[in-house]
Design a protein around this ligand. Sequence first.
Ligand code: DGY
Length: 314
Amino acid sequence: MAKPSILVTYKLPSSAIAPLEAVADVDVYRDGVLSRDELLKRVRGKQGIVVAALDKIDRDVVDAGSDLRVIANVAVGYNNLDVPYARSKGIVLTNTPDVLTEATANMAMTLILAVTRRIVEGDRLVRRGDWKGFSLDFMIGSDVQGKQLGVVGLGRIGRVVARKAEQLGMRIAYHNPSARAVPEYTSMSLDQLLATSDVISIHVPLSPQTKHLIDKTAFSRMKRSAYFINTSRGSVVDEDALAWALREGIIKGAGLDVYEDEPRVHPGLLTLENVVLVPHMASATAETRAAMYDLVARNVVNVLTGKPPVTPIP
Ligand code: DGY
């Protein structure tokens, strides 16, 4: 039987490619982000494809990849894949849950502390040469201990964020759009959570139901002293509304890892001091990325050798 072929859309390290090469011919795209035309061309004749967040695997790509048996996402989020359509063609879809939970939760915690303690703002000020010396009323931030963290989406990552925030002395409230109850924490309606939380952290996947879940009305419900954190997907939030809320003092600050139209960042956010902006890097640690690559390779190899995938998309 002919060896299968796999397209890998990113320049993954050789340690990630080696297990794939043991079972297939591997075509690795090494020149940055694969263009749509190149993706449509290269997916033809492939049995497997390894993709990441910026690769949009829609009907056209699935149709072009008519030999595909597995689509493996190097991410836990899979809003970049047309899951029902690919499934209808008999393709197995996989993602990389669990291995990035701690790293992503740590990024949420980092953003919470960075924005409440004005870390990036302070760093910018020092580098500009604007520091005039210690003063008791200078760079006053907010404590987190004794405050309420509202977790929107208490799934794998949200739970770890809740656990870490408890260690910092925060009270935890949550809203689960899936209605799944977590007895150790206080469940609230979204409106109640938005109105009573001091820090709000988003951990829901992007879907038609969660697109712009946090809009102008949602920001208007929040406390003026509230901080807003997003490490899930940019489009869960209406960025125009977020820029407005930060500019007008409707909320106090924000920390963002994800954006609606990456790598573009809303221009209204770029000029504000009260928002910490990082470039979609919540899972970007050497250890976590190595674990993601290992998992993605095991998923692809399993499917192409007739075994069940380790982490199929549910
Ligand atoms: C994820 O795993 O979903 C990260 O956001 C990387 O895309």
